[in-house]
Design a binder for this molecule. Structure first.
Ligand code: AR6
Length: 170
């Protein structure tokens, strides 16, 4: 598997699947979630509402992942995952690792072989960037998956540097 980090906007990525740092409601929010729904159009929200009406009436649990259409984004699918808040201290690193692992498992089921991830939990959910980068890099490296390309797409330079350092990328 090829793993890389770039600084950029995840809504512009031409990959099979982009991952959304969603919340349990699946009904949108701010940050990367807001950007994905805004750029991807109403089809994504419609698909999320259908999930809430069928398999996910209670919402999506922290650490889990589920796919929808990517609407008007250049990607084919959006994989929604729910990161832990940093303040929910119990098991947070395992839950964050689970977001990456479960997203790759969902990617395999589509099947998607190229996946772009944002820095899940490091915005509104306040996970420290260096810690989150370590968890993310380890989870992806250790995942058993058919995904061939993982691209971490980091919005700001500080976050990009943390992920690049963790991947040994300069
Ligand atoms: N492309 C890539 N990364 C982005 C983009 C973008 N277009 N926009 C923001 N980021 P956050 P969380 C970065 O807050 O911490 C939402 O309201 C951002 O700078 O989006 O998991 C959800 O609905 C940060 O580095 O996600 C949930 O309620 C990273 O993406 C809650 O926020 C993650 O920040 C989830 O919080």
């Amino acid at each position: 598997m090829h793993i890389t980090a770039i600084q950029g906007d995840i809504t512009e990525q031409r990959v099979d699947a982009v991952v959304n740092a969603a919340n349990s409601s699946l009904l949108g929010g701010g940050g990367v979630d807001g950007a994905i729904h805004r750029r991807g159009g109403s089809e994504i929200l419609e698909a999320c509402k259908q999930l809430r009406a069928s398999e996910y009436t209670e919402g999506l649990s922290v650490g889990q992942a589920v796919a929808t259409t990517a609407g008007e984004l250049p990607a084919r699918w959006v994989i929604h995952t729910v990161g832990p808040t940093y303040s929910a201290s119990r098991g947070r690193s395992d839950l964050l690792a689970s977001c990456y692992r479960e997203s790759l498992r969902v990617a395999d089921s589509l099947p998607a072989t190229s996946v772009a991830f944002p820095a899940v939990s490091t915005g509104v959910y306040s996970y420290p960037v260096d810690e989150a980068a370590g968890v993310a890099a380890r989870a992806v490296r250790e995942a058993e998956t058919g995904v061939e390309l993982v691209r971490f797409v980091l919005f700001d330079e500080r976050t990009y540097r943390a992920f690049a350092a963790e991947l040994g990328q300069r």
